[in-house]
Design a protein around this ligand. Structure first.
Ligand SMILES: NC(=O)c1ccc[n+]([C@@H]2O[C@H](COP(=O)([O-])OP(=O)(O)OC[C@H]3O[C@@H](n4cnc5c(N)ncnc54)[C@H](OP(=O)(O)O)[C@@H]3O)[C@@H](O)[C@H]2O)c1
Length: 212
């Protein structure tokens, strides 16, 4: 597939590498392409452009920017370039405030979520929450003693979630569909829980798995 990625941080780079490894075409979008000059020497097949370039190039768009900048990054990408697109939303609504005893602070409440806000702002785009509740080191081809981990996803469009589940399958994940966009109120805070062992004890090598 053609994948457009908004962002240049560790998540954008990691997922870009994963999509390339699995045979997809990748365009990264940024306000400052110079940030990626070293990365591009390792990944010459990737294209780099503006957010609008990445969004228009992608059949699937990956949103991998700071939570506080998510709305602005989508605005820069251009609403017309997002129309009808599957958007994999990796973001978390982490506030610009320090954690409290290892517990991250969010700028949303439990009756609201970042993905719902973004879905309201871009009603014709098809948002699917994914990759938000695991560290970047385990996003692509995770190898864990407990077997393949579970990625919790949600979103309003069934077909979009099917496409994302197929991509997650390629990346070595089981998928647990939690329902509509409102479920992001539960899926986003999984990031808070996931980060606690890391922030308290520098333990980052874990992932969630649903057992039955
Ligand atoms: N780090 C992880 O392991 C991890 C794991 C799961 C989920 N996440 C989530 O994934 C997202 C990306 O995380 P990250 O650690 O890779 O990077 P990050 O430092 O949270 O974000 C970096 C990106 O944010 C963009 N950005 C910052 N301010 C902006 C603005 N005003 N307008 C437009 N874009 C702006 C930058 O775009 P430019 O390139 O244009 O400067 C840059 O690409 C976050 O929401 C994070 O919560 C992170």
């Amino acid at each position: 597939m053609r994948i457009g990625i908004l962002g240049t941080g560790v998540v954008a780079r990691t997922l870009a590498g994963g999509f390339l490894q699995h045979g997809h075409h990748v365009t990264l979008g940024t306000r400052d392409p110079g940030k990626l000059s070293d990365w591009r020497t390792l990944h010459p097949d990737a294209r780099v452009g503006t957010g609008a370039d990445a969004a228009s190039a992608g059949e699937v768009v990956v949103l991998a920017v700071k939570g506080t900048a998510a709305s602005e990054a989508l605005r820069l990408a251009g609403a017309a370039n997002l129309d009808g697109k599957v958007i994999i939303d990796t973001t978390n609504p982490i506030a610009d405030a320090p954690p409290d005893h290892g517990v991250l602070r969010f700028f949303t409440s439990l009756d609201d979520s970042l993905m719902e806000r973004l879905q309201r702002e871009h009603a014709s785009a098809r948002f699917v929450k994914a990759f938000n509740s695991v560290g970047n080191a385990l996003m692509v081809n995770p190898v864990l003693k407990g077997g393949p981990p579970t990625m919790f996803i949600c979103g309003n469009d069934t077909d979009a979630k099917r496409i994302v589940a197929q991509l997650l399958d390629q990346f070595g994940w089981e998928t647990a569909d939690m329902g509509t966009a409102e479920a992001a109120r539960a899926v986003e805070p999984l990031c808070i829980l996931w980060c606690i062992p890391g922030l308290l004890r520098n333990e980052w090598a874990h992932a969630y798995k649903v057992l039955r």
